[in-house]
Design a binder for this molecule. Sequence first.
Ligand code: 4AD
Ligand code: MG
Length: 432
Amino acid sequence: MEKFISIKEAIKKGKGNIAIRGWVYRERKMKDKAFVVLRDSSEIIQCVVKEEHVSKKEWEALQKILIESSMEIEGDIKEDKRAPTGYEIDVKKLNVVGYSEAYPITQELNEDLLLDRRHLWLRSRKMTAIMKIRSTVFGAVHEYYRGKGFYEFQSPVIIPGGAEEGPTLFEVNYFGKKAYLTQTWQLYAEPAMFALEKIYTMAPTFRAEKSKTSRHLTEFWMQEMEVAWIGLDELMDYAEELIKHIIKRVLENNQEELKILGRDPKKLEPTLKKKFPRITYDEALKLLKEKCKMNVPWGKDLRTLEEDKLMELYDVPLFVTHYPKEIMAFYKPRDPKNPKVAVCFDLLGPEGNHEIMGGSERDTSIEELTKTLKSKGEKIEDYSYYLDTRKYGSIPHAGFGMGTERVIKWITGVDNVKDTIAFPRTMNRFTP
Ligand code: 4AD
Ligand code: MG
């Protein structure tokens, strides 16, 4: 056989003898010829096998192929407007590498059955397209931070306790002692920040959240960063630049995938061009009241409903800053100018994508931190290492966390975060 090339490369070549290999995407056998649409990771292509062009053995082998059988073929490629991707291969040689049983993925399968068969459903064009976009997003994150002189820093996954919100920790039996799965790298990133100053991570994060929404997973990949010597405004500059960089790379690399997903890339363009508006929580309440006829009592977090309404006013992500201190995580500091609010932000995604990022300056006062932790019923001992960092050359610093799956959901336009990760973990599912 010829040297194998990808289907995409074969199409690029456009004529002459080529060899490709992949899996049967569709097949139709007729008396003396067969149409086989083959797929590989790059593309699909229609292949025509005529009985007279192949050996008896090859023709017999072909009679046994079903969807997802794997094959190698060699033949002449030529343009054909009627073929699904505009090209067709006239097959001269073929070899079935692995036969397939009747493929258990059919049009009738409901969402749950598709999730049961996720290991097979991954091969679909939809999932393949999403996974390619996901790969671009991860690549863009590393590229962005490394380009800005950040160090990649990893925090432990198994933690002794003490994190974002106590009740949503997953418990681990650690040789008879209770340990937990991490909910954020932050409380380890802050100590490391004193050594490295600008750090980031891209890591699995666990939350035993009993939320059955389209944006909650129990295991997700949080992109987090922590920076020395900066305040809220610079932190939001980083957040905005990062999102823009990710979108830019997806628009450069994944036009075909967006098309497969039926996602209009124009919807993402305002995000590249416009500056993200920055409003305070108080201003958000005012907008909700005046433009959306919604009354949110001061001090309450914005609910799904309210965020949805608010975001109808924007076509780019929106920073909402200075939420009430009482409803914020313990490390978000009071605003010295208005002690009722914390120096923090949430970044809300357009098109109903809600909170895609959350970040804040970090409280540097041991007294404030201790007081807040106590008021939240936390054990101070659990945080002693964290509080230690404030005793030795404490400095202003800030950081944020991005829900990578939520960003991918927005970019791809899929309905649920479950489809942005290969093997989703939710309240009801941790298989396959
Ligand atoms: O707002 P969160 O809880 O912030 C933190 O954990 C901070 N310690 C981050 C930091 O400052 N280093 O989570 C950050 C983001 C959210 O904005 C949201 O996008 C995403 O993580 N997120 C989830 N994504 C999917 N499923 C879940 N259950 C999520 N919970 C939060
Ligand atoms: Mg948050």
